[in-house]
Design a protein around this ligand. Structure first.
Ligand SMILES: [Zn+2]
Length: 70
């Protein structure tokens, strides 16, 4: 179990598949591109993302989040 201390904490989820598998994209030069995100689930890449509460994520996702152990 994990506890989020701050109420301000948000997590970014993919606007396409609604999964919390977004990560900061890396461009061809190997630099992180802070404004671009890519989704490892559906291959979405873009600057858009949905920001939600971690609590909401638990409600959104059912059982297919085994690949994001933190
Ligand atoms: Zn996605």
């Amino acid at each position: 179990m994990k506890f989020i201390k701050s109420k301000k904490v948000r997590i970014r989820i993919c606007p396409k598949c609604k999964k919390a598998t977004l990560k900061t994209a890396v461009n061809v030069a190997g630099w992180l591109t802070p404004n671009i995100f890519e989704c490892t689930s559906c291959d979405y890449i873009g600057a858009l993302y949905i920001e939600i509460n971690p609590k909401d994520l638990e409600l959104t996702q059912n059982s297919d989040n085994e690949d994001q152990l933190k």
